[in-house]
Every structure is written in structure tokens, then in C-alpha cells.
Design a protein around this ligand. Structure first.
Ligand SMILES: *[C@@H]1O[C@H](CO)[C@@H](O)[C@H](O)[C@H]1NC(C)=O
Ligand SMILES: *[C@@H]1O[C@H](CO)[C@@H](O)[C@H](O)[C@H]1NC(C)=O
Ligand SMILES: *[C@@H]1O[C@H](CO)[C@@H](O)[C@H](O)[C@H]1NC(C)=O
Ligand SMILES: *[C@@H]1O[C@H](CO)[C@@H](O)[C@H](O)[C@H]1NC(C)=O
Ligand SMILES: *[C@@H]1O[C@H](CO)[C@@H](O)[C@H](O)[C@H]1NC(C)=O
Ligand SMILES: *[C@@H]1O[C@H](CO)[C@@H](O)[C@H](O)[C@H]1NC(C)=O
Ligand SMILES: *[C@@H]1O[C@H](CO)[C@@H](O)[C@H](O)[C@H]1NC(C)=O
Ligand SMILES: *[C@@H]1O[C@H](CO)[C@@H](O)[C@H](O)[C@H]1NC(C)=O
Ligand SMILES: *[C@@H]1O[C@H](CO)[C@@H](O)[C@H](O)[C@H]1NC(C)=O
Length: 740
């Protein structure tokens, strides 16, 4: 019933107001509570949700940088917009506001009749109320909304605390390399770096979602009794809370994505196999690569050119000495393989770049708080990052990319090192020697058109994705939200990054088993954060210097790791290989990384998974359609489908048992368990108890043997078979008929 209006809402990106049947309309447009020098504005927002803003002294303009649509993509008729409200009062009064199944109340402590503290409840089907969280303020403690002023300006720092219970589970928070899906107990700095994209939104297993809509750096802490969110520098605090029935994560994702954005549909070609390595060095090499794919009849959908293909950082064009006839190359690649092309760009502009003087003159480069200083250095060149927060700079970047790549047939862009501040790798220490690590860490000093790194640094990668999106949309004369013709690949992102035609990948990982395992939990957290377009470097990006075989394509140990990793990527939103590879015949780290580079016995295995990917095309398209329409996730942590039908899944998720950090559903029908250890001849898989009453719902993909849910099974695990089970018929899966 809901699908029809959702389809409308999602298509144009334009808000659609729906009088939903039986929906409990908001009881007011909000209230404004004065509490000493502080003001709190509470508004009904979206379905079953509230927006809260709070500030000391000076009111915000309402134009602060945020990542949530106002109005949201879906919501009741009478919700508030902008800074509107119906009621104003002093913070000593009991006030209540209901929107759909959610209630917010003000309350005090110690039996006070009124109070300044907010509490959020869900109204259950039977009319009872469940406390989801409240502002955490034990008797006589500091205010749960705590402000401090540390600098000379008007901006403040703040810590907001919310109650939690010891058994609560927290999902999302962007991505970290931490092996967990339940973030309870974690302390996470809101600072981006390579492989870490901390993002302040989460889903609680109690059935609510939370978005800390702040562009500032800061911290998230998930303690036993309280969750605390910190902003380093702000003019107003802004957060959202939405509710759904406990265990109904699809509705929660629908509510959250109505606020933060729905993923558009990717171009169908992009769902094939993406070939990349560090690095194809010149035009001849790329054409020869395409010839190989053609000759070997291996499908490929995108061929990628990595960094240092430019003459200077910030040229945003290929070095003509190595790439003399770009259009001709792209044409040949297309003719031989039908593949599109993508090129890497870095945000860094070196002093010797063709664009440096003009960008300096126009104010298009980021600076430092103490002046127009450099923000980092790389391989002997001092650099300043382009300022993605300046619309003029975004236009300049696109104009340059269009001229040098897009108009010549390279239409997709890899926005590497997109983390913001510096180049996202604190340990590089301004390009100085390796043995001095992480001093100084220059990120907090960066200064942009939109503000300082502390106040708006989390906007940087998001605005970088936006730059490419604006360019794409201008080229194809399409609106945001409509199907994508092209795509970008970003190392970072933020709240609502899913609204762009942009993949996020897990960053520069190491080529060892332990890292392979860590990526699974990382991808599941990306999904819980609302990012559907997630991918990674099959095989890991770089060698672990302490492991002799790591990333060496001639060593059997690495070949095995590569095959296991690559076969897993068949069941990710995008199937992509990449990395720096060593080999025995040549020194350095730019050896081969093609499907046929891993030895005669492995080639057919790798190629079989590439073919399987194309066989799953209709299924994968169906998953992306659902993601687009309702925010329903593609990568599905087990709790999303089995929290209510299988008590063990619920309990194991709480403890981050490896079943819940290593297994997941790829869409509604495929249970995927990558093998994450070497030399395995068998592998244990937990088959969750499903909600239906079929006695043996699970089918093992490689034999068609069926199994009951609710048991651990051990299956043979030869290197050519990823442990894969399915629900329902294979015919339905292959034809994409998986949603009612
Ligand atoms: C709140 O405080 C104001 C100012 O002191 C007072 O006039 C009002 O009666 C108080 N309201 C309640 C509900 O205590
Ligand atoms: C009402 O529903 C809630 C949630 O399902 C449940 O926890 C509670 O026990 C129910 N209360 C009554 C009185 O049935
Ligand atoms: C292109 O790169 C390949 C691989 O590094 C190298 O062998 C070849 O000499 C290069 N060709 C040109 C024309 O630069
Ligand atoms: C650094 O730049 C030089 C050219 O100036 C290049 O030969 C070298 O490969 C670069 N080093 C790295 C690590 O990229
Ligand atoms: C896209 O076009 C709009 C309208 O012409 C312009 O304002 C914007 O700067 C363009 N964006 C880019 C990235 O070129
Ligand atoms: C999961 O944990 C069990 C028991 O500790 C262990 O035997 C198994 O190898 C682990 N699986 C993975 C993938 O680490
Ligand atoms: C895997 O098996 C090979 C060959 O039997 C052996 O040399 C190697 O040590 C084993 N690796 C591990 C990690 O057990
Ligand atoms: C259980 O299975 C029976 C027989 O296959 C079917 O008629 C019934 O609808 C099923 N019930 C549920 C709840 O799925
Ligand atoms: C399993 O069933 C599918 C059809 O659903 C069939 O194509 C495949 O060959 C079967 N596999 C085995 C090992 O029997």
C-alpha cells in the first residue's frame, strides 16, 4: 500500500505529502522551550520522528549546514518546516507532542512538576508506551545539553547525552575497521581518515534511529548508560530521532532515508565487473588490457586509471606524455569490451599544477587558520586541497574534468583521498620520514569557504561527492534522484551520501586474512548507516610489510587469499578489484591484477565468479530498485531479517559473535559467508531460523541440498566454492522475482 506513494517520492527527489491511512497526525507544529540562556526547538519531522535544535544565546539562522531534507522526502501533512513552532514556554513546564507512533515529553528530575529534559517514547499497537531514550541527567548532574566556549569566536562546543541501557545494541556510525556490528562500548572520533568514515547516525535495536546532523568534527561514545555526542564547534545543535517497531529495520531505514536521501539507481552496466589496479601507466597498456578481456571473452564493465597519471597534482587531466590520445583510447576500450572508463583524481593541488595560480587567485583552495598555508604534502610536493565547500570551486573542478576527461570519453570519476583536511593519512606526516608518525596532525587547521575543519570538516567529502554529482547532472540534464548515467567512487562520505551517484569503498586495506574478515563488519555498518553503494578492493589494497607473501601474485598464499576475497565481491553492491601488487619477476608494487594473473588453476575460478555476477544481474537490479524506492538495504546484517525470528541471532549480535560479523544476507534470498581463513577444507555456517513455517528453507547453492533453519552446519569449502545458501527457488532469484 505504501509503495505507490513512495515510488513517487523517490523519483524526482521532490517531497510528496501523503495523508497516510490511520496515521496519527502531529499534535502541533512544535514547541520552543526557553531554559535560561538556552533555547530548545522541538518539531515533528517526517513520519514517526522529531527534529530537535538547541542553542545558547544567539538563535541560529536556520541556514546552518546540514544533511537532512527539510521537508523530508516523506512525511505527514502537518509537520513543521524551517524554524516554525506553535508553542513557546519556559523550561519548567510539562509539554507533550505526538507524531505518528512517537511522543516527546519534557520532564524534570526529582519529582519536579515540569522540566527541561526531553524524553522520547514509542506508542505500541496496544497503546502502551515504550521509553526509547531520554536526555541523560542523573540527579544533580550537569545538564545533558552541555555547552562550552573554548575559542575567541561565538562558536561553542557541546556535549549532548542520552540514556541507554546496558543491553542496547547500536548499529551504523559509518565505517571503522573494528570487526563489530554492535557499536555498544565504542568511542569513535568524528574525524575522517583513510579506511575510517565515522558518521553520526545509528539504529538502536530498541527500534529508533538517530541522526546527529552536524558538519563539525567531534566524538560519539556509546557507554553502558549513556550515549554521548560531541561537537567541537557549532552555532546550533541539530539532531533527529525516528521510531519503528522493534526489529523492523526496513521501516527504520525507510524513515531515516526519507530524511537523509534515497539512493538513485546505478547505470546497469556498473553492476558488472570493475577492473582496477595500481596502476595502468599509459594508454598503450590500457588498450592492451582491453584486448586481453576481448580475446579471453571475459566481461568487464569499467576500467580504471589510478593516480599519478597526471603531470602534477591538481592538473585534473592525464599527462599527455603518457596519454597522448585519450579519446581514441576510450573508444578502443569501448569497442573491444563495451566497458566504460573511470579516472582517479586527488583533491590536492601542488604549486606547480597548471591550475594553481588561477585557483589561488580565485580563492578556490583551502587554507589554514593562520593564513593561506599548505594543508599537507605528498611525495615531495606541498599541496593545498581544493575547497569542495565553495560552489565556484566545484564548478571549476567540473569544468576541468569535463574538458580533460568527460568530453574525451572517460566519464566516471574516482575521488580518492577525499577525506578532507589533509590527505587523510595522518601517519604520512607531511611527507617526512616514516619513523616520525602523526606529528603534527594538520587537519584541525584547515580552513574552507564554509568554515574551519572543526566546524564543517565533515562536510568536505560529502561536498566533493556533490561536485561530481552536479557535474553529472548538468551533463545529462537530469535531476538528482533520477537514474544515474555515470558514477563516482569515493573514499569517504557522510550522512546522506547515498543520494549521490557515488560508490563508497572501504579504503586502503592490507592484503591479509584478518583484513578480509574486518571488511565484512565494515560493510554491514555502512549498510546500517544508509549507504547502499558500498564496495572494496578485492584482494586488499596493499602489502602488509610484516607478511612476506602479502599482495604478491606469485605466492600461493596470496593467490588463495585473492580468490577468496574476489569471490566474495560477487555478493557486494559493486564487484570491484583493485590494489598494489608485487610479483617475483619484477620489483616494486605495480604488478598484474587481472582475472588471469593468479595462476592457471585460479583463473577459471575467478572467471566463474565474474560470470556468476552477470547471471545475478536481474536479482541485483531488483535489490537496487528496492533500495531506491524505500531505502531497503542490499547488504543485510543478520539482525535485519532474523532479530525477531531467531533469538540466537539477537543474542549473538549483542556480543558481536562472529556469525553476526562474518555472515550476512545479500538481498532477501542469499546468505553469504566468505571464507576468511587460509587452507580451509570445510567451513561452518549458521543458518538462521526464518519467520515462515517451511521445514527446510535453506538450499546450499552448490549441491541443492536443503537444510532447516536454526542450526550450525559444516559444509565443504574448496577454494572454488564460497559458502552460499539461498531461500526460495533459484529460478526466482535469477529472474529477480524476489519481492512481493
Ligand atoms: C514557570 O516559571 C514561570 C516564571 O517563574 C512562572 O510564571 C510559571 O508559573 C512557572 N510554571 C510552572 C508550570 O511552574
Ligand atoms: C503492549 O505491547 C508491548 C509491545 O509489544 C508489550 O511489551 C506490552 O507487554 C503490551 N502490553 C499489554 C498490556 O499487553
Ligand atoms: C606503458 O607502460 C608499460 C607498463 O609499465 C611499459 O612497459 C611501457 O613501456 C609503457 N609504454 C609507453 C609507450 O610508455
Ligand atoms: C614520487 O614522484 C616521483 C616523480 O617525481 C615518482 O617517480 C615516484 O614514483 C613517486 N613516488 C611515489 C611513492 O609515488
Ligand atoms: C551545474 O549547473 C548549474 C546551473 O547552470 C551551475 O550553477 C553549477 O555550478 C553547475 N555545477 C557544476 C559542478 O558545474
Ligand atoms: C568464529 O569463532 C569460532 C569459535 O571461536 C571459530 O572456531 C571460527 O573459526 C570463527 N570463525 C571465523 C570466521 O573467524
Ligand atoms: C597451508 O597449507 C600449506 C601447504 O600445505 C602450508 O605450507 C601452510 O603452512 C598452510 N598455511 C597455514 C596458515 O596453515
Ligand atoms: C504454513 O504452511 C502451510 C502449508 O504449506 C500454509 O498453508 C500456511 O499458510 C503456512 N503458514 C504460514 C504462517 O506461513
Ligand atoms: C541445482 O538446481 C539448479 C536449478 O535450480 C540447477 O541449475 C543446478 O544444476 C542444480 N545443481 C546441482 C548440483 O544439482
Amino acid at each position: 500500500m505504501r509503495l505507490s506513494f513512495l515510488a513517487l517520492a523517490a523519483l524526482g527527489g521532490t517531497p510528496v505529502v501523503v495523508a497516510e491511512h490511520n496515521y496519527y497526525q502531529p499534535t502541533s507544529k512544535g514547541f520552543r522551550m526557553q531554559h535560561g540562556f538556552e533555547t530548545v526547538l522541538v518539531q515533528p519531522f517526517g513520519y514517526d520522528g522529531f527534529r530537535i535544535r538547541a542553542w545558547p544565546f544567539r538563535p541560529p539562522t536556520g541556514q546552518e549546514i546540514g544533511f537532512v531534507y527539510d521537508p523530508p522526502l516523506e512525511g505527514p501533512e502537518s509537520e513543521a518546516h524551517g524554524m516554525s513552532f506553535d508553542t513557546a514556554f519556559l523550561g519548567n513546564r510539562s509539554e507533550e507532542l505526538r507524531n505518528g507512533n512517537m511522543i516527546v515529553r519534557t520532564s524534570g528530575w526529582g519529582g519536579n512538576p515540569g522540566g527541561y529534559r526531553l524524553a522520547f517514547y514509542r506508542v505500541e499497537v496496544n497503546g502502551s508506551e515504550t521509553l526509547l531514550t531520554n536526555e541523560y541527567a542523573p540527579l544533580k548532574s550537569i545538564n545533558p545539553r552541555y555547552y562550552s566556549w573554548n575559542g575567541p569566536g561565538g562558536e561553542f562546543a557541546a556535549e549532548f547525552s542520552f540514556s541507554a541501557t546496558p543491553d542496547e545494541q547500536i548499529y551504523g556510525t559509518g565505517t571503522q575497521q573494528d570487526h563489530v556490528v554492535n557499536k555498544k562500548g565504542m568511542v569513535i572520533d568524528l574525524v575522517n581518515f583513510n579506511t575510517h568514515i565515522p558518521t553520526p547516525m545509528f539504529m538502536s535495536n530498541k527500534g529508533y534511529g538517530f541522526v546527529w546532523n552536524m558538519a563539525s568534527t567531534g566524538r560519539m561514545e556509546f557507554g553502558q548508560l549513556r550515549n554521548k555526542f560531541t561537537t567541537d564547534s557549532a552555532t546550533a545543535v541539530d539532531y533527529f530521532i525516528v521510531a519503528a517497531a522493534s526489529g523492523d529495520y526496513d521501516t527504520l531505514q525507510q524513515r531515516l532515508s526519507a530524511l537523509t536521501g534515497r539512493a538513485p539507481k546505478p547505470p546497469s552496466w556498473s553492476l558488472g565487473y570493475i577492473q582496477s589496479k595500481l596502476r595502468y601507466e599509459n594508454q598503450t597498456e590500457v588498450v592492451q588490457l582491453a584486448e586481453q578481456f576481448h580475446k579471453r571473452h571475459i566481461p568487464v564493465s569499467l576500467i580504471v586509471i589510478d593516480y599519478q597519471s597526471w603531470a602534477h597534482q591538481g592538473d585534473w587531466g592525464l599527462d599527455p606524455r603518457l596519454w597522448p590520445r585519450v579519446a581514441e583510447m576510450a573508444q578502443k576500450v569501448k569497442k573491444l569490451t563495451n566497458a566504460e572508463m573511470m579516472a582517479s583524481l586527488w583533491p590536492s593541488v601542488a604549486d606547480d599544477s597548471l591550475n594553481y595560480l588561477e585557483m589561488m587567485a580565485q580563492g578556490f583552495l583551502s587554507a589554514t587558520r593562520s593564513g593561506p598555508g599548505t594543508t599537507d604534502s605528498w611525495n615531495g610536493s606541498y599541496i593545498r586541497n581544493y575547497d569542495s565547500t565553495n560552489p565556484g570551486t566545484r564548478q571549476f573542478l567540473w569544468k576541468t574534468l569535463k574538458q580533460n576527461y568527460f568530453d574525451k570519453g572517460i566519464k566516471n570519476f574516482w575521488i580518492d583521498q577525499a577525506d578532507g583536511g589533509a590527505l587523510g593519512e595522518a601517519y604520512q606526516n607531511n611527507g617526512q620520514s616514516d619513523y616520525i608518525e602523526s606529528i603534527p596532525f594538520p587537519m584541525p587547521n584547515a580552513l574552507y569557504a564554509a568554515g574551519t575543519q572543526s566546524s564543517i570538516g565533515k562536510l568536505y567529502p560529502w561536498a566533493h561527492q556533490q561536485a561530481i554529482e552536479e557535474g553529472f547532472r548538468n551533463e545529462s540534464s537530469t535531476e538528482m534522484g533520477s537514474p544515474c548515467d555515470y558514477l563516482s567512487l569515493s573514499r569517504s562520505g557522510y550522512i546522506g551520501s547515498q543520494r549521490f551517484c557515488s560508490m563508497i569503498w572501504s579504503g586502503d586495506t592490507t592484503a591479509v586474512w584478518e583484513t578480509l574478515g574486518a571488511q565484512i563488519a565494515s560493510g554491514l555498518s555502512a549498510a546500517a548507516t544508509g549507504w547502499g553503494w558500498w564496495t572494496l578492493d578485492a584482494g586488499g589494497f596493499q602489502a602488509d610489510p610484516t607478511v612476506s607473501w602479502s599482495a604478491n601474485i606469485d605466492r600461493p598464499e596470496y593467490r588463495e587469499l585473492y580468490v577468496r576475497w574476489l569471490q566474495w565481491t560477487t555478493f557486494l553492491p559493486f564487484m570491484r578489484t583493485h590494489g598494489s601488487r608485487a610479483c617475483d619477476v619484477q620489483s616494486g608494487y605495480t604488478c598484474d591484477n587481472e582475472p588471469w594473473s593468479y595462476g592457471e588453476t585460479n583463473t577459471p575460478v575467478i572467471v566463474s565468479y565474474i560470470h556468476l555476477r552477470y547471471q545475478l544481474a536481474e536479482y541485483i537490479q531488483a535489490l537496487f530498485s528496492q533500495l531506491h524506492l524505500t531505502g531497503r538495504m542490499i547488504l543485510r546484517p543478520l539482525y535485519m531479517d532474523f532479530q525477531t525470528s531467531d533469538a540466537r541471532v539477537a543474542e549473538w549480535t549483542r556480543h558481536n559473535h562472529n556469525v553476526t560479523t562474518q555472515q550476512y544476507m545479500f538481498g532477501p534470498r542469499l546468505l553469504v559467508t566468505p571464507v576468511t581463513l587460509p587452507n580451509m577444507t570445510e567451513w561452518s555456517v549458521y543458518l538462521p531460523r526464518t519467520a515462515g513455517n517451511e521445514t527446510r528453507p535453506w538450499t546450499y547453492w552448490w549441491t541443492n541440498e536443503t537444510y532447516a533453519g536454526g542450526q550450525m552446519v559444516t559444509i565443504p569449502a574448496p577454494v572454488e566454492h564460497i559458502p552460499l545458501f539461498h531461500l526460495g527457488s533459484r529460478t526466482d532469484i535469477l529472474s529477480g522475482k524476489v519481492f512481493e
